[in-house]
Design a protein around this ligand. Sequence first.
Ligand SMILES: *[C@@H]1O[C@H](CO)[C@@H](O)[C@H](O)[C@H]1NC(C)=O
Ligand SMILES: *[C@@H]1O[C@H](CO)[C@@H](O)[C@H](O)[C@H]1NC(C)=O
Ligand SMILES: *[C@@H]1O[C@H](CO)[C@@H](O)[C@H](O)[C@H]1NC(C)=O
Ligand SMILES: *[C@@H]1O[C@H](CO)[C@@H](O)[C@H](O)[C@H]1NC(C)=O
Length: 228
Amino acid sequence: MVISFSCLASRMPTWILALLLLILITMTRVHGQSSTSGFISLDCGYRNTSPYKDSVIRGIQLLSDVGFVEGGLTHQIAAEFMSGAVYESQKTLRSFPNGSRNCYTLPSTTGKKFLLRALFTYGDYDGLNRTVDGTLFLFGLHIGVNFWDTLNLTNMDPSNTLWKEVLTVAPGDSVSVCLINFGLGTPSVSALELRPLLDAMYPFVNTSVSVGYFRRIRFGEATNFITR
Ligand SMILES: *[C@@H]1O[C@H](CO)[C@@H](O)[C@H](O)[C@H]1NC(C)=O
Ligand SMILES: *[C@@H]1O[C@H](CO)[C@@H](O)[C@H](O)[C@H]1NC(C)=O
Ligand SMILES: *[C@@H]1O[C@H](CO)[C@@H](O)[C@H](O)[C@H]1NC(C)=O
Ligand SMILES: *[C@@H]1O[C@H](CO)[C@@H](O)[C@H](O)[C@H]1NC(C)=O
């Protein structure tokens, strides 16, 4: 089960949500500074199998998604959007024209709590202007057999990046992240990131309860534009 913060919002005062978000920001930041052990960062559709470091996200090693998924096609975003891509991982993607369900298998540890983030940049990779052709463009995300979220790219500026995050517990020694074809556009993904969390964090997240990202708010940190 994935509970999204937007559902919780109706039952919880705003300050509690704000506090939860602040804890998320602080903890992931502290963790990120101390160690990147257990981090998995996949640049989907990137064909070179040597790991690389992004000049913007310094210190974190990115890997090609080859070996983490079967099938799919690799692409680059359209040339006109390349210069606007802040992160290297936005420039390539993997699409899944075949099959109703295509899954990535990410290594993990049974019972480990982690943050899973998925990024999506359409970038008109297929030259079809699919986000702005006037028809619905939707596909689904599952973690294993559980529904996670729906990606709605309808009317989206093709240069935009959508991102989804969830806090969840690994059911086994791997986590399966699946893209679900609704028949409303070819699913694709640009990047997948797994960040282990300390067991004591988010005590309400357990094997039967996950929480989805709703909004991240910056509290006062003025010098860093992005606080991870
Ligand atoms: C999709 O299926 C078609 C027909 O079976 C096959 O020719 C093609 O190679 C498949 N493409 C991918 C990306 O798996
Ligand atoms: C996509 O949109 C651009 C800009 O509006 C246009 O120049 C191009 O012809 C369109 N391509 C297709 C395949 O419709
Ligand atoms: C997807 O987004 C479009 C455009 O904003 C909207 O009209 C449509 O209702 C949305 N569909 C879903 C299922 O969220
Ligand atoms: C997970 O947490 C929920 C809410 O606190 C609780 O109802 C449920 O029993 C817990 N599940 C497990 C497997 O511990």
